[in-house]
Design a protein around this ligand. Sequence first.
Ligand code: PLP
Length: 381
Amino acid sequence: MEHVYFDHNATTPLDDKVLEAMLPYLRGRYGNASSRHELGTLSRKAVDLARQQVAALVNVQPSQVIFVSGGTEANNLFVKGAASYLKPAQVAVSAIEHPCVAKPAQDLARQGWKLRKLAVTREGQINLADVDEALKEPTGIVSVMLANNETGVIQEVAAVAERARRARAWMHTDAVQALGKIPVDFAALNVHAMTVSAHKLYGPKGAGALVMDKRLQLRPIIHGGGHEQGLRSGTENVPAIVGFGAACGLAADRMAELGPRLEKLRARLEQGLHELGAVIFGERAPRVPNTSYFAFKGIVGETLVIELDKAGYAVAPGAACSSANPEPSATLIAMGVEPELARGAVRFSLGAGNSMPQIEEFLKALKSVVTRLRSLTAIAV
Ligand code: PLP
């Protein structure tokens, strides 16, 4: 059975045009971008073009783009690379960061840093009063994501950056879930560094970038031949980087059409969710247009995800689903959601290939699954 895919925040399908751009570099154009001969030069030129394409989408100079393997590596490079340059102080990250920011930040405690989690409101937005409070302590690093991967809630990064700069801290944002969904302008965000990843905007897995202020002095976490201005050694993954560039080029052309279209689909979905009695998290905050995060009281999110999967729909549970009693999502707990309701969380994330008839069919399937699960719970009680 062909599944209808509503899990674009996990990853997106590769766009056909992106694949076309990549294919030559998976076939005949296999040169190492560091080689001086013609094959090498072809690869170097392709990497240079991709760097321009990524830079153009986020409004920076190409030399500010450091290619890495993805969002996880870029976040690690910033947190670890900044920490090994700066004197230990406070590292302040929002309580809703992806683990690839939260865990490296936590790890800094072993080097004498003090971790401070910045609070969010019930709607999942960073609490600026708590940022002010936190920054009374000497702070070296601040990291607040631009759009949350679960709720889709857009954070006031520029307002945090202004405060971080006043406190002389280095400000980073993880823009992985924002790029391609809303305009992302590095200068307007006023950050020192920003993380982006190709596979969340119809590009390939295995490419991403740390976009940075050239004055920032980061220490690399991967040492070797000195690629990427010495910040990320290792032979460039040319096909993936080419795909990343192509995806950024397409995103720039498509965002104006895609955003409003997905927002209409989400509005219809959420109307149906309300009719079924769902709670929608972060609903009143500004959100990226493709994401809806919801729960039904008394229904475990993972169960709903499995039942929807059987019905032909790919959505994601909000909790780490590795055990019988799943841990509720840290993001929802930080928002003050009751753990029991948080265990019900399901993330629905739209993409370019989705349509209104799919939403209508999904709502019918959801209604039948929820009705059945509710009747089972009623019997169990
Ligand atoms: N940051 C956020 C907010 C994410 O949602 C993800 C992916 O799930 C990442 C970082 C990690 O990116 P990558 O999969 O490219 O390592």
